[in-house]
Write a protein that binds this ligand. Structure first.
Ligand code: ATP
Length: 202
């Protein structure tokens, strides 16, 4: 999966619409301390479904909305769109046929938030499924932030296994196995109930 472009509006230090295009090859983001380089990575993780605002270096979800600067009032909404190249069909599931997929996440100061995939309303689960096993999800090894290397070396064997499983594309099967097991459990419970009703009728 290749990232094509990231569009950021009202997210952290990005007030006006900012478009970052990732051409083939390596892209470097350079700039003085505090200019917003890590905010680009935060935007990437956020649009991929990150739920823990602390992992985006904030305390509350409002911290990720542009808080204003000299002469510029705070904004009421943050929006990030990530466009992915799917020419190679890496994305499995309902969007496999699309050669390009754009995932959008929005949050309003009121607390309301929403997700879109190719401009159609989507659920968080759809976003997570889209990235699951692609190596680029919010927990994936592909996004290595400051402190991540330390986190990997200090991780317990179980935590390290999670990194390896995501890299080896195993995570999505584990998630599907969990879903299936829970369906089997509820079907068993339903069958037990049917059994009880039948024995009452006999
Ligand atoms: P360094 O090189 O020191 O790691 P950096 O270039 O990665 O810095 P970031 O940490 O991405 O910089 O950005 C920090 C800047 O973002 C600070 O100036 C901070 O005030 C600004 N910032 C963070 N959240 C918001 C917000 N909600 N509204 C406005 N500005 C914000």
């Amino acid at each position: 999966m290749k990232l094509k472009k990231l569009e950021i509006t009202g997210f952290k230090s990005f007030m006006g619409k900012t478009r970052i295009v990732f051409p083939p090859g390596t892209t470097g983001v350079v700039g003085p301390n505090g200019c917003g380089k890590s905010n680009v990575v935060d935007a990437l993780r956020w649009v991929m479904g990150e739920q823990n605002v602390r992992k985006l270096r904030g305390k509350t979800s409002e911290d990720i909305i542009f808080a204003g600067s000299a002469g510029n009032p705070p904004m009421n909404m943050a929006e990030v769109s990530l466009t992915i190249d799917n020419e190679d069909g890496t994305i499995v599931g309902p969007f496999n046929d699309y050669s390009e997929i754009t995932v959008t996440r929005r949050i309003f100061r009121s607390g309301e938030s929403n997700y879109l995939i190719n401009r159609q309303p989507a659920r968080l689960k759809d976003i997570q499924t889209l990235f699951l096993g692609s190596g680029t999800g919010k927990n994936a090894f592909a996004v290595i932030q400051q402190g991540n290397i330390g986190a990997l070396t200090d991780a317990t064997p179980e935590e390290r296994r999670v990194f390896i499983e995501e890299a080896a594309d195993v995570t999505k099967y584990k998630a599907r196995k969990r879903d299936t097991e829970s369906k089997i459990k509820s079907t068993r419970e339903n069958l037990d109930r049917v059994g009880d009703i039948l024995s009452e009728l006999e």
